[in-house]
Design a protein. Sequence first.
Length: 146
Amino acid sequence: MTFYFIGLLVSLASGLWFIIKPPENKKWIFLFLASGGAFLMTIIFTHILPELFEVIPEQAGYALLAGFLIQILLENYSKGIEHGHAHSKQSTQALYISFFALCLHALIEGMPMASILFKSTTAFHHQLTIGIMLHKIPVAITLAML
């Protein structure tokens, strides 16, 4: 539990830092995005997908397709803000829609961690948490700069 609390503090601190002192050059944010995304992809392909096809082989394809489509819809509504594509000329309504879509995006990303805590036999929840934390730092920075 302490590990997850530290992750929350890291995300909040990174967002607060950029509210207090906005950077002049925002290009290095993509480095965080790339490293967090690469870490998550590695965990997905080496741990989550093999376990998914082992536990529910008949429904695994449907679950994978449904998750992919939900993420595509959420990214469509958030207008790419989670990947550093924030636009300051967005209306207030668009920003609220983006914020709500990012909340749903985070909820869906947290679902594997909840299932790991309750009934998984694998021990990679710390790696998954680190990957999600690295992925959320640029999102917090982007939200702080809006």
